[in-house]
Design a protein around this ligand. Structure first.
Ligand SMILES: Cc1cc2nc3c(=O)[nH]c(=O)nc-3n(C[C@H](O)[C@H](O)[C@H](O)COP(=O)(O)OP(=O)(O)OC[C@H]3O[C@@H](n4cnc5c(N)ncnc54)[C@H](O)[C@@H]3O)c2cc1C
Length: 387
């Protein structure tokens, strides 16, 4: 089942691209994702294939060599990636968010230089905001940048950095030493290649889910960023990071909708073939109800995502719409994954069946890119302004 609304709003070319991604993701990425879940290896090994299909370059403007996709096409593609590999979906979502920030805010000629190579694994990017004591409270970061000859020297430790083990680019939030408090947060594009000795990457092992996605602790010890690599103005660092809030939240909502759809398909197929009391369990009303409720929640999630993406495409980004899409889709995916395991009975509790993994993969979606609690606060705060 496609992402709600797409049939009437997308061109034939866009639908063909989405269909191609679906076929590729289910044939190539799904088996690899299952393997990565088992042995904690990285889906990044599939990046060359993903890059050849243009999927690292989806939202980069065409004049810079990207596909220049509208947001609706982007989420429809991300949904297909997430259906087959929730780990690859978050990998691409994070890389795309950094690209979107540079497309919006980096200055020429650097913007063209960086983004013209964005579609290649050599330009793989990470979004380095969180720290041990700065999670929901992002403004609490402690990493520091000290002015040096021709640029800045950055020291500090970032936690939970998706794509962190292999990324070349780290969009990094740090506090400018000596600047007045409140005007000191700055965003830097740090080159991991140039700073290989100054950046230590430590793989976070033992994750509950999305085990094929790389998560790393990144320790900067005097990493150098030239002046031209400061994105935005001094003091605007958090604003730079938050400038892709809508895209990021819709992206994680879409990761959740892909997981949810995979769960729905798995539970419906299992319910049709599993026989108890002489009939397929799908014939029992209690089981049919779980399937129906899951299908309803999935459609509602897709509609909220589509609505938020439509607003972005129309140049009217809407924070409430993006937060609602993220909040609802991620909570729904967890509920749907719960139903999927329940419908499988004992079989759903072992990793031979995919729903066991999907249940674990869904869990993180209500945590990163702003927890569900934070989304509720943001929605209520925005609405309060209009009461
Ligand atoms: C697998 C994974 C990948 C990640 N990838 C990245 C990445 O690429 N880049 C990056 O920068 N970060 C990344 N993160 C970090 C993620 O964004 C944070 O984990 C998230 O923002 C929550 O922060 P925290 O873990 O510090 O939890 P905390 O902020 O400590 O929250 C703990 C609990 O308290 C609640 N809480 C906190 N403040 C409030 C409040 N004001 N009101 C009500 N409840 C509140 C939260 O909702 C939550 O339930 C990743 C995390 C994970 C697990």
């Amino acid at each position: 089942m496609p992402l709600a609304g797409r049939e009437v709003q997308l061109t034939e070319d866009q639908v063909a691209l989405i269909d191609t991604v679906r076929d590729f993701a289910r044939a190539e990425l799904l088996p690899l994702d299952r393997k990565c879940d088992k042995d904690e290896s990285s889906m990044v090994e599939a990046l060359p294939q993903v890059s050849r299909m243009g999927l690292m370059n989806l939202t980069i403007p065409e004049e810079l060599g990207g596909l220049g996709c509208e947001y609706r096409t982007y989420v429809a593609i991300l949904h297909e990636l997430a259906y087959a590999s929730p780990s690859m979906a978050v990998t691409i979502s994070v890389h795309s968010m950094v690209g979107a920030i540079l497309a919006k805010l980096a200055e020429e000629p650097f913007r063209s230089e960086w983004l013209s190579a964005w579609g290649t694994p050599e330009s793989f990017a990470a979004f380095a905001l969180s720290e041990a004591n700065a999670g929901s409270d992002a403004a609490a970061v402690a990493a520091t940048a000290v002015k040096a000859d021709g640029g800045y020297r950055i020291t500090g430790e970032k936690m939970w950095i998706t794509n962190g083990m292999k990324a070349r680019w780290f969009l990094t939030l740090a506090r400018l030493d000596g600047a007045p408090q409140g005007e000191d947060l700055c965003a830097f594009l740090v080159d991991g290649n140039e700073n290989s000795a100054a950046i230590q990457r430590t793989h976070v092992h033992g994750k509950m889910g999305i085990r094929g996605s790389e998560t790393a602790v990144i320790a900067y010890d005097d990493a150098f960023a030239p002046e031209s690599h400061m994105i935005g103005k001094p003091g605007e660092g958090l604003k730079v990071f938050l400038s892709t809030l809508n895209e990021g939240r819709i992206g994680i909502g879409t990761q959740a909708s892909g997981i949810a759809e995979a769960c729905l398909d798995e539970m419906a197929a299992y319910a049709k073939q599993r026989v108890q009391f002489g009939r397929p369990i799908a014939k029992f009303q209690a089981v049919a109800n779980m399937i129906a409720e899951s299908a309803l929640m999935l459609e509602a999630a897709k509609a909220l995502i589509w609505c938020a993406a439509e607003k972005l495409d129309a140049g009217r980004p809407d924070r409430v719409a993006s937060s609602m899409a993220k909040l609802y889709a991620t909570e729904a995916a967890n509920r749907i994954a719960y139903h999927a395991v329940q419908v499988h009975g004992g079989s759903g509790y072992v990793n031979e069946y995919r729903v066991e993994q999907l249940y674990r993969d869904a869990r993180v979606t209500t945590i990163y890119e702003g927890t569900s609690e934070v989304q509720r606060i943001l929605i209520a705060r925005e609405l309060a302004q209009h009461l």
